[in-house]
Design a binder for this molecule. Structure first.
Ligand SMILES: [Zn+2]
Length: 113
């Protein structure tokens, strides 16, 4: 379950970001997760519930924005939507795909007051 370590590093990073604003109440934490990042969302949610315990994020709403996977074929330059890393080019069937987006996993914003 690498989602547990992902959740912990997200909360670690978020804590560093709000350190200068302490004490504060965190209202929302926004994450961007690419469909091709290899992250199981349900598992991540569960892991996050555990990771926020005892932190400033315990009561915060956690919003996850899903980033669609996109690739460009190295053979014919076709750009297309990818549901997994093993999606072949729809035009020529090639698996030599340059990933354009969808592998990201980042902290987008933190709302505090
Ligand atoms: Zn192609």
């Amino acid at each position: 379950m690498h989602e547990v370590s992902i959740a912990m590093s997200i909360i670690d990073l978020a804590e560093q970001q709000i350190r200068a604003s302490q004490p504060c109440t965190v209202q929302e934490l926004e994450l961007e997760i690419g469909k091709l990042a290899g992250i199981e969302l349900q598992t991540l949610n569960f892991a996050l519930t555990g990771a926020v315990k005892g932190t400033a994020f315990e009561e915060a709403k956690i919003t996850q924005h899903i980033i669609e996977g996109k690739g460009r074929c190295s053979g014919c330059e076709t750009e297309f939507v990818m549901d997994s890393l093993l999606t072949p080019c729809p035009k020529c069937g090639s698996y030599f795909i340059h990933i354009l987006q969808g592998r990201e996993m980042r902290l987008k914003s933190i709302s505090i007051n």
